[in-house]
Each structure stands twice: as structure tokens, then as C-alpha cells.
Design a protein around this ligand. Structure first.
Ligand code: AMP
Length: 284
């Protein structure tokens, strides 16, 4: 595995592969790898000739009161894990390489980015502007045939799909299922912020999703009733959600009933960690 830090070196490394007709897969990440990242890498490894993993803690997707300064980082460990999976290139550019002096462009997806995490009282649309701008840049830098994202960030996955469709970016977006610890907690780089007691309370999120899944499996379709089942799990562990909402899994429009694929998305702060999780209910 090669670690590459500049766009010119990256292009030099990938051009002959592309000319030889070899498929290129990209897994964009902010590092501090866990099983979720590794599962995306394994899928890319299984399905593409050349696998590029980007590692860049993108400052423009963090709000002023968010955890950019303390976001966990360990490039050496990340490189060892990626190498073990057979990743070909770890692309770890500097801040200046991605945002050189004079950088002024923003890529914005509207609509989908204004609800849930994008609501102005939460991370806000600026968060998604940061994501869509850096992902557009990564797509242009790597020019992958396929790129892998996690369902853990369900809204982000929908936003990236819309970005690719709206801007005719020639990449196939693959969404991989959420990887969880044995007790249900969705893996996240931010889980390192949790004390043992907080980690226990954090289980409220996945338990809430499970309660909703059970209600739907028992025939319940009314959004209010399904949400009440989920909320009772949050209440039981004293977790106050930032939001817990049912929305269409296709366009994030509000859902009054679980008819068709319905996204149940939850966000809550537990200690220092802002956690998100989701499940798709009522899918075929
Ligand atoms: P991050 O480094 O947190 O920006 O995540 C990089 C990619 O990994 C994103 O596409 C995430 O959606 C995905 N990801 C993060 N956590 C998980 C998880 N628990 N299961 C599957 N994918 C994940």
C-alpha cells in the first residue's frame, strides 16, 4: 500500500491503472478506522481492481462548536488496518492540498440537507455543504468508478446520491449496511468519547430503533405509535434525543405512516459524543 499526499502524485499513480482498464474504487473517510470503515474497504477490495481510501478530517463539515480539534486521529494505525485489507492507496492529503489559499467554491445540495442533521438548529446545511464540496473534490481527484458510503449516515448517503445524479458525476455510489457492536451500538469514531457508563446509555439509540422495528413487525403503521415505542427506550435510559423522526427513505419527506420504505433516524448527545443511528422500516 502506498500513502499519497498530493493530487498530482495521486493522478500519476492512477492514470496507468485507468488506461489499462482497471476499475477504481474509492472509500472516503475521516480516519480512526473501525469495523464500519473496514467493511466498506472490504467491499471495495472485493469488487474493484484498485482500491483508494481517502483519509481527511474535513474541517468544513464541522460547525464552530463541534469536535474538529479533538476528533480522534491515528494515521499509523489506520494505515496498518487498510494495508491488512489490501487497500492499494491511502490518500491522506494535507489541509492546504485540499483547500489551497484562494479556495472559494461550495457545492450545495438543497432540500435533503435542510432536515434532520441539516436543520438550522442542529448541524445545519453548512455541514452538508462541507461534505458535498469535499466529496465532489475527492471524486474529481480520484475519478473512481465506484465509491462506498455507509448507511450509518443515511442522510449523507441520500445527499451524495443526489449530488452524483444532479451533477452527472460518472461514479456508482454503493451504500453498505451499518456495522454494529455485538450489543447493537453502531460503530463510530466518536464512540471513543464515551465512558463505560455513557456507552451503556448510548445503547438507547439502537434499542429505540429495535423497538420501532418490533412495533412495525407486529403490524403497527401509525407514525406516532411507532415513534412512541422508540422514545420509550430513550426515556428508559434518560437519553433526550436531538431528533427522532420518521421520513421517506427515498426523499426524506415526513412520514405519517410506515407505508413503504420509511427511515427512522435518531440523533442524541451522550456525554461529549453526538451520536446518530437509523433503520429503514417497512421496506420490501
Ligand atoms: P467517517 O470516517 O465517519 O466520515 O465515515 C466514513 C464512511 O464510513 C462513511 O461513508 C460512513 O457512513 C461510513 N461508516 C461510518 N460508520 C459506519 C458503520 N458503523 N457502519 C457502516 N459504515 C459506517
Amino acid at each position: 500500500m502506498r500513502t499519497i499526499r498530493t493530487v498530482s502524485e495521486l493522478r500519476e499513480a492512477l492514470a496507468p491503472e485507468r488506461r489499462a482498464g482497471r476499475s477504481i474504487g474509492l472509500v472516503p473517510t475521516m480516519g480512526f478506522f473501525h469495523g464500519g470503515h473496514l467493511s466498506l474497504m472490504r467491499s471495495a477490495r472485493a469488487e474493484c481492481d484498485v482500491v483508494v481510501v481517502s483519509l481527511f478530517v474535513n474541517p468544513t463539515q464541522f460547525g464552530p462548536n463541534e469536535d474538529l480539534a479533538t476528533y480522534p486521529r491515528d494515521e499509523e494505525r489506520d494505515a496498518a488496518l487498510a494495508e491488512e485489507i489490501g487497500v492499494d492507496v491511502l490518500f491522506a492529503p494535507s489541509l492546504d492540498e485540499v483547500y489551497p489559499v484562494g479556495f472559494t467554491t461550495t457545492v450545495s445540495v438543497h432540500g435533503l440537507t435542510e432536515v434532520l442533521d441539516g436543520h438550522p438548529a442542529r448541524r445545519g446545511q453548512g455541514h452538508f455543504d462541507g461534505v458535498t464540496t469535499v466529496v465532489t473534490k475527492l471524486f474529481n481527484m480520484v475519478q473512481p468508478d465506484r465509491a462506498w458510503f455507509g448507511q450509518k449516515d443515511a442522510q449523507q448517503a441520500l445527499v451524495i446520491k443526489r449530488l452524483v445524479r444532479d451533477l452527472d458525476i460518472p461514479v456508482t455510489v454503493e451504500i453498505a449496511p451499518t456495522v454494529r457492536d455485538a450489543d447493537g451500538l453502531a460503530l463510530s469514531s466518536r464512540n471513543v468519547y464515551l465512558s463505560p457508563e455513557e456507552r451503556e446509555r448510548a445503547l438507547a439509540l439502537s434499542r429505540a430503533l429495535q423497538a420501532a422495528e418490533q412495533a412495525v413487525a407486529a403490524g403497527e403503521r401509525d407514525a406516532g405509535t411507532v415513534l412512541a415505542a422508540a422514545r420509550s427506550e430513550l426515556d428508559a435510559r434518560g437519553v433526550e434525543p436531538e431528533y427522532i423522526e420518521l421520513r421517506s427513505a427515498d426523499d426524506l419527506s415526513p412520514a405519517a405512516r410506515v407505508d413503504g420504505r420509511t427511515l427512522l433516524a435518531v440523533a442524541a448527545r451522550v456525554g461529549r459524543a453526538r451520536l446518530i443511528d437509523n433503520t429503514v422500516l417497512g421496506g420490501a
